[in-house]
Design a protein around this ligand. Structure first.
Ligand code: AHR
Length: 511
């Protein structure tokens, strides 16, 4: 295979930002088989005494997910939180109109938070601003975040939880711009409701951070006007604007799909521009940060069980992720890290079964999709300071993108250990890329490892019983001279290139 050549320059002086660990968050919704039949399955041989699958919990724990958004998603817009607390036997079985499913409330707020605690994740709570409003949101916060001495905080204590949950981040509804949302609203209606809800929530617990709903898709005609209008109404009361994006290959056009990360960068730039436009309009000294609290690739093979409504845990939005999907997914992670100056929270939607990196087979094993690995690598090695990678690589023109670079990359510098990790995707469907990296402004580095995810067939997937079809492999070791080395990147590949300070030299950070 003839390789195309390129150059990548990483200059520490141009560092982007400290990465907020919450960038590697996740999302678990009462939807499909994410909770029922996913993390929770009391009949399973590996279920713990609370009915949660220990094998699934272990896979999530390995991902080291700092924060998990809960309980929805579209589900939250019809959710009555009171149904999900108190003695299990007395909890009502409800019709969840968002997903036309049966919600038993077997897993509620206490059970979910205990599970999240066990795997070391914080809960990012969402309130219902669809069928409900300020009063229910305020009551939920009193139940969760107030120590005691009031009706609802004492009710929580009577349910067995003495200390407040003290959730730090709260979402003011979900995708309220979407016509599919229960009680979808105009930007003016939602912005006003978000402001009034925020005022009350911050009076109850001034320490919380609040997320207003931004655009849920760049395909909606209301984007980006929605974002500016909403923020104009609640700028002073909220801390974050949410952004959602799912990238798909609906057109079945591999070249075009592989470079679709570009649209995410443009989307982020536009939302940041909308935030800063309102900052300027208000002459405000405050900067709104982004909570990218739903992002993922939609696997080409995805299916949804619409045929069987009103059951518990229907198989919704499930599919096998291909090698190409993993590259686009890795590219989305690169986009998040590149804008870590403004994106402080990211939530992979979702963690289990529903567009999940982790899949479960009823009564049998849990298995890892291709996309599990870029997420794992980013969470493991993507903590520290983000540093841009200036790329000079060949370009390709596709249906939607003229002059798209064949690669995308970002570096992360761990200033505690001196290690540098460079995440790079080769977005070419057929060409190998020989990339010469040059690192400037770092101590003398040596090569640690090149971990790559690739496969000769872009559409190949992992599947039940064949979950080791595509797994990360250690590639070559490269000689580093003057902090320069050249790596060979396979077509359609996700690459993690790790360097560390030379052993001979004691690592001393110059402050
Ligand atoms: O993640 C699945 C769904 O996608 C969420 O419930 C919703 O917010 C989004 O449209």
């Amino acid at each position: 295979m003839t390789a195309k050549k390129g150059k990548a320059i990483i200059d520490r002086d141009y560092a982007i930002s400290e990465i907020d660990p919450r960038l590697y968050g996740g999302f678990i919704e009462h939807m499909g088989r994410c909770v029922y039949g996913g993390i929770y399955d009391p009949q399973h041989a590996q279920a713990d005494e609370n009915g949660f699958r220990t094998d699934v919990a272990a896979l999530v724990k390995d991902l080291n997910v700092p924060v998990i958004r809960y309980p929805g998603g579209n589900f939250v817009s019809g959710f009555r939180w009171e149904d999900s607390v108190g003695p299990k036997a007395e909890r009502p079985v409800r019709m969840d109109a968002a997903w036309k499913s049966i919600e038993t409330n077997e897993v509620g707020l206490h059970e979910f938070t205990d599970w999240a605690d066990r795997i070391g994740s914080e809960v990012m709570m969402a309130v219902n601003l669809g069928t409900r409003g300020v009063e229910a949101a305020a009551q939920l916060m009193e139940y969760c975040n107030v120590a005691g001495g009031t009706a609802l905080s004492e009710l929580r204590r009577s349910h067995g939880r003495q200390e407040p949950y003290a959730y730090k981040v709260w979402c003011l509804g979900n995708e309220m711009d979407g016509p599919w949302q229960i009680c979808n609203k105009s930007a003016e209606e939602y912005g006003t409701l978000a402001r009034e809800t925020a005022k009350v929530l911050k009076r109850i617990d001034p320490s919380v951070q609040l997320v207003a709903c931004g655009s849920s898709s760049l395909k909606l005609p209301t984007f980006p006007e929605w974002d500016a209008t909403v923020l104009d109404l609640c700028y002073d009361e909220v801390d974050y604007l949410s952004v959602h994006m799912y990238i798909d290959n609906a057109e079945n056009d591999l070249d075009n799909f592989l470079v679709k990360g570009i649209s995410m960068n443009r989307y982020i730039d536009s939302i940041v521009a909308a935030c800063d436009f309102i900052r300027a309009k208000k002459r405000s000294g405050k900067t709104i940060m982004l909570s990218f609290d739903e992002w993922n690739v939609v696997p080409s093979t995805w299916k949804t069980n619409n045929a069987e409504p009103w059951i518990i845990g229907p198989a919704l939005c499930e599919g096998e992720y291909s090698m190409a999907d993993a590259v686009v997914f890795g590219n989305m992670l690169i986009s998040l890290i590149k804008r870590s100056d403004r994106i402080k929270i990211g939530c992979l939607a979702q963690l289990v079964n529903v567009f999940g990196p982790i899949m479960t087979i009823p009564g049998a094993e849990a298995w890892k999709q291709t996309v599990y690995y870029p997420y794992l690598h980013a969470s493991m090695y993507g903590r520290g300071t983000a540093v841009p990678v200036q790329l000079h690589v060949p370009e390709i023109s596709t249906k939607d993108f003229a002059g798209a670079p064949l690669a995308d990359a970002v570096a992360v510098h761990d200033t505690d250990t001196g290690e540098v990790t460079i995440f790079t995707v080769n977005r070419s469907a057929s060409l190998e890329l020989e990339l010469s990296y040059e690192l400037r402004g770092f101590v003398s580095l040596e090569f640690c490892e090149h971990v790559a995810l690739s496969h000769g067939e872009a559409h190949a997937c992992n599947s039940p019983g064949h979950s080791d079809n595509i797994v990360p492999r250690i590639q070559n070791t490269y000689e580093v001279k003057n902090n320069q080395f050249t790596a060979t990147l396979a077509p359609v590949s996700w690459n993690v290139l790790r360097l560390k300070p030379r052993e001979a030299q004691a690592f001393v950070e110059e402050g």
